[in-house]
Design a protein. Structure first.
Length: 295
């Protein structure tokens, strides 16, 4: 009886108009809910994979800062106001008096100063600091120049510190700008300067006037060097244009054993004596070996 009652109840239920639409809507809702759940789960997994891949890529290729700070060239002392220039840089374009003040007399010869010599007003020693951050390539004692420190920087720039009484760095050390590398001392090369530090700035091995670049960024030195290179190339090209061609080049018409005639502009003994006197009166440029000696 009970089963028959259940069957009759179901039949009466299905006969009602709202039953089938309700079943249809419920089924559709379940299908839509399942599809949404599957889609959300797939997007979440994809997002995790992308995060993992991006994290790995960032570790393999670290970001490089676009605007890297460029250091400003500084005086090689803690307090620039406490020092003054004793011997200036020798400039070919300077006046005769300025060039004379930039000569260093050593071993009976005048040498153009390739840097500047800094001294305290009271004549006492002082700490010498790195003008720029870089790597120390030389830190040793020279019998003529005192202790010498050389530091390499970016874009072919080197700073040189001579006449030091001692050093606090070694070759291979990395130094920061303003770090103390030694103390000012004396040297045999420039005794007249007393206790001082000889400071040089070189671009690709060529000495430049440090005063022209102090308190300026390193790019000012490299840009000027590039401009000078372009000017030299233009001058060389112009010289080639003005050079005579092979067709107009003079030839030697005199045989090897023929004596020169009176019209020839040959060198006479008096001319030789005059050249020797001129050489004796002019100063010699510094020997490249100076500063390279070892203790």
């Amino acid at each position: 009886m009970r089963e028959e009652q259940k069957q009759s109840s179901l039949k009466r239920l299905f006969r009602k108009r709202w039953v089938f639409p309700a079943i249809y809507l419920s089924s559709a809702a379940l299908i839509v809910a399942g599809a949404l759940w599957f889609q959300l789960g797939k997007e979440e997994n994809t997002g995790r994979d992308n995060v993992a891949k991006n994290g790995t890529a960032q570790q393999e290729n670290p970001a490089v800062p676009v605007n890297e700070t460029v250091e400003t060239i500084a005086m090689p002392v803690l307090d620039p106001n406490a020092v003054q220039v004793k011997t200036p840089f020798y400039d070919d374009k300077a006046s005769e008096a300025e060039q004379e003040a930039a000569l260093v007399f050593y071993d009976h010869t005048y040498h153009p100063n390739q840097g500047i010599d800094l001294v305290r007003q009271d004549g006492k020693t002082f700490d010498v600091t790195a003008s720029l951050s870089g790597t120390v390539t030389k830190a040793e004692k020279d019998p003529i120049l005192g202790y010498v420190v050389e530091i390499n920087h970016e874009q072919g720039v080197t700073t040189v510190y001579q006449s030091l009484a001692d050093v606090k760095v070694e070759a291979g050390d990395t130094v920061k700008q303003g770090e103390v590398i030694g103390k000012a001392g004396q040297s045999e090369f420039n005794k007249e300067a007393g206790i001082h530090v000889h400071f040089e700035i070189r671009k690709d091995g060529r000495a430049v006037n440090p005063i022209d670049y102090v308190d300026k960024p390193l790019t000012a030195l490299t840009d000027k060097a590039e401009d000078k290179t372009g000017t030299d190339r233009a001058a060389t090209s112009k010289e080639k244009e003005l050079m005579p061609s092979d067709e107009t080049a003079p030839t030697d018409e005199n045989p090897a054993n023929e004596q020169p005639s009176a019209d020839d502009h040959s060198t006479t003994p008096s001319d030789n004596n005059q050249d020797e006197n001129n050489d004796a009166s002019s100063y010699k440029t510094p020997d490249a070996s100076i500063g390279m000696a070892r203790a």
